[in-house]
Write a protein that binds this ligand. Sequence first.
Ligand SMILES: Nc1ncnc2c1ncn2[C@@H]1O[C@H](COP(=O)(O)OP(=O)(O)O)[C@@H](O)[C@H]1O
Ligand SMILES: [Mg+2]
Length: 271
Amino acid sequence: MKPRVTIERLRTGVEGFDKLVQGGIPRGFFVAVVGEPGVGKTIFSIHFIAQGIREGDKNIYVTTEESRESVIRQAAMFGIDFQEAIERRQLVIIDALMGGRDDPWSLGEVSVEELVNKVIEAKRYLGYGRARLVIDSMSAFWLDKPAMARKYSYYVKRILYRWDFTALLTSQYAVTTSLGFGFGIEHVADGIIRFRKAVIRGELRRYVIIEKMRQTEHSLQMHEIEIRNGRGMIVKKATPYRKEDTALPSSVTARMIAAELQKILETPLDE
Ligand SMILES: Nc1ncnc2c1ncn2[C@@H]1O[C@H](COP(=O)(O)OP(=O)(O)O)[C@@H](O)[C@H]1O
Ligand SMILES: [Mg+2]
């Protein structure tokens, strides 16, 4: 008899996305959500948490680049009430940017150890059950030591794995995708969702492509996305893609690689 595989998948709540991944992200996965600033990583993450609230999951959102208020306001623009979910103990937003000393859900310092401890504390507070985690972004944890990105990512995955999280970890970095350094999450991720942008005929366009999703027959095409006031992110049909739409001139790429190498050389080895 053939073995039967059933995989529990968590819907993202992003219109048009779930059908690209056979219905959702497999439970327990750590998925990297990557791309340049302004492409929609935070909004995608907000939808994922909103869906968790709808489905009765426990939800934790770590924000390192925006304040908690900013995340709540952004969600509200799409008709999602994070404030109410916080009050109902269904959501904790850990504010690693603005959170002060009197804020129990802030980080004393932006370190991976502190992050992991706080996330576990939040999970205990929310209680038993299926849980969603967003860390937006992971880049903040290795800003000054990019060479540590891989090790930190592995640490975070290894510890948090035991806590029944399905996690999105965002990362924003240099414009080229070919830089092989400091992109820690991808090395340990079960999935990679990449957002891209391009200016075509004077208009900003945004796209998403699933570069990896273990145990999933996923779309291999680039899809255009839209972000609409009152509604949020919408994934549209596959779009033909020309490399020159998003690629940088090679001279720029070369300078970026040189800068990355320099950073790595300046990072002490004993960390
Ligand atoms: N209420 C809104 N209506 C329409 N577009 C919005 C709205 N809020 C945000 N956006 C769009 O989303 C972008 C920000 O997306 P975001 O997910 O924060 O990007 P990232 O996290 O990748 O940097 C904004 O630059 C804007 O284009
Ligand atoms: Mg963001």
